[in-house]
Design a binder for this molecule. Structure first.
Ligand code: SF4
Length: 382
C-alpha cells in the first residue's frame, strides 16, 4: 500500500492520495529524528501537494507512520503506508505543563491549592521546554492555575518561540487577554484556548480575540445541566466569532456531572446535527475521554486510545509527571532526561486514570444511569 496522506488544519481537512513510490535517493534535508529513521524528509515531501512542499515542516515519527507538522500554519500531515511501516515514535507530541497555581478567579469547582508555589521559574521552564524541543516534542500547552499570571509570560512566549521549534499554546480564563498582550504575542503562539465559565466574562473576551485576529478556540465542559441550552449557547458563540470548539467531558467523582446513557445519545445527536449544518465553517473537537460513547459522531482519525502517557504527558507545577491531568499516577522528576526515561519505559502502558469518565475504563466506569462503577475505579488504582 502506498502512502496515503491526511492533512488537517484549523478549519479544513484534505484527504489526498498519491500513488507514486518514494524516491529514496533524494537527499535534501535531514534532522535528528529523520536521520534516526534513515530516510530523508525530502523523500516524504513528494507525497504532499506541490504548494505545501516548501513549508518548514517538522518530522515526528510515530509507530508505523510519519507526522509532519508546521507550527506557523498549524498544519498536520499524517503519512501512512508501506514506506512508513518501519518508523518508531521517539517523543510525545505534546507536553501539557502547569506553570503556576495562582489564579485571578475563585471558581467553586476548582480543585487546585491556589497558594501552593510553583517550582517553575522563567529560566528553569525555558530550559526544560528547549530540551523538550530538542528531544522531538512538537508542542507545549501551558495551563495552571492561570498561565497568564506566570511572571513575564509575554516575554516567555517570545523567547521560547524564538529559541525552539515548539508550537506554544496555552489555556486561559481570558481575564488578562488585553489588546496589548494579544498584539504582543501575535505570530509567536499556536492556539489560545479560552475556558468558558459563568464567571470569566467570555462574552467580552471573545470579541477582543476576534478583533485582534487571534488564533483561539473555546474549551467547554459539557455537563448534564448544559444540555437543555447547548444549541442556543453554541449559536451564540458562533455569532461572537468562535470557529473552534473543544467539547470536554467531565472526569471525577461527582455523579451528578456525568451523563446517563440517554444524555450521551442526546449529546451525540447535537454534535452530528451541528457538524452537518456547519459544513466545515467551524471545527468541533471532542476530548479523547469521551471514548466510544457518542454514536455516529464523525472522527478525523479512528483511534482506540486517548494517547495519555504516550502522545502527551502532563507536567505539574511541582515537577511531577502524570500520564494525563486526571491521573492518579504522579512521578517526581528533576530534568527533561528523567521525563524522557520515564516516557521510554512507560509509554506503552495504557494505565487508566482511576476516576469516573476515563475512557480507558470499561464503560468509562459509568452506569447507564450516570452513576459511578466504584468497583471498576477501585480496580484501576491497583
Ligand atoms: S487516561 Fe483516561 S482520563 Fe486520562 S486522558 Fe486518557 S481517557 Fe482521559
Amino acid at each position: 500500500m502506498a502512502i496515503s496522506p491526511t492533512v488537517s488544519a484549523m478549519h479544513r481537512r484534505y484527504p489526498y492520495k498519491y500513488p507514486q513510490k518514494i524516491d529514496y535517493n533524494t537527499n535534501v534535508r535531514n534532522d535528528e529524528n529523520i536521520s534516526m529513521i534513515h530516510t530523508p524528509l525530502s523523500s516524504y515531501l513528494t507525497y504532499l501537494p506541490p504548494e505545501m512542499r516548501g513549508l518548514p515542516w517538522q518530522a515526528h515519527p510515530l509507530d508505523g507512520k510519519l507526522l509532519l507538522f508546521e507550527r506557523d500554519s498549524g498544519l498536520n500531515v499524517l503519512l501512512e503506508g508501506d514506506e512508513t511501516a518501519h518508523l518508531q515514535r521517539v517523543a510525545p507530541r505534546t507536553l501539557l505543563i502547569a506553570v503556576t497555581n495562582i489564579c485571578n478567579l475563585t471558581c467553586h469547582f476548582c480543585y487546585r491549592n491556589l497558594k501552593s508555589p510553583s517550582a517553575w521559574t522563567f529560566d528553569s521552564l525555558l530550559e526544560f521546554c528547549r530540551a523538550a524541543s530538542d528531544w522531538g516534542v512538537l508542542e507545549v500547552a501551558f495551563g495552571g492555575g492561570e498561565p497568564t499570571l506566570f511572571k513575564n509570560f509575554e516575554r516567555f512566549i517570545h523567547e521560547l518561540h524564538d529559541s525552539s521549534g515548539l508550537c506554544v499554546n496555552f489555556t486561559t480564563n481570558g481575564m488578562l487577554l488585553t489588546d496589548e498582550f494579544l498584539r504582543g504575542i501575535a505570530g509567536k503562539y499556536g492556539n489560545i484556548r479560552v475556558s468558558l465559565y459563568d464567571t470569566n466574562h467570555w462574552e467580552t473576551t471573545i470579541p477582543r480575540l476576534v478583533a485582534n485576529n487571534a488564533r483561539f478556540g473555546v474549551n467547554w465542559l459539557i455537563t448534564p445541566d448544559e444540555l437543555p441550552r447547548i444549541e442556543a449557547k453554541f449559536l451564540k458563540l458562533m455569532g461572537l466569532g468562535v470557529r473552534d470548539f473543544l467539547l470536554l467531558s467531565y472526569k471525577g467523582s461527582d455523579a451528578t456531572l456525568h451523563f446517563t446513557r440517554a444524555q450521551h445519545d442526546e449529546f451525540a445527536a447535537f454534535v452530528n446535527r451541528m457538524y452537518a449544518a456547519l459544513n466545515g465553517i467551524a471545527q468541533i473537537k471532542l476530548d479523547a475521554c469521551w471514548g466510544d460513547t457518542l454514536p455516529g459522531v464523525p472522527r478525523l482519525f479512528e483511534t482506540s486510545d486517548c494517547g495519555a502517557g504516550d502522545d502527551f504527558l502532563s507536567i505539574t507545577s511541582d515537577k511531577r509527571i502524570k500520564p494525563c491531568s486526571f491521573h492518579h499516577w504522579t512521578i517526581p522528576f528533576e530534568t527533561l532526561g528523567d521525563v524522557r526515561a520515564y516516557w521510554e519505559k512507560q509509554r506503552t502502558n495504557r494505565q487508566a486514570a482511576a476516576t469516573g469518565g476515563c475512557a480507558r475504563l470499561p464503560f468509562r466506569a459509568l452506569t447507564d444511569h450516570g452513576g459511578l462503577s466504584h468497583e471498576v475505579i477501585h480496580l484501576a488504582t491497583v
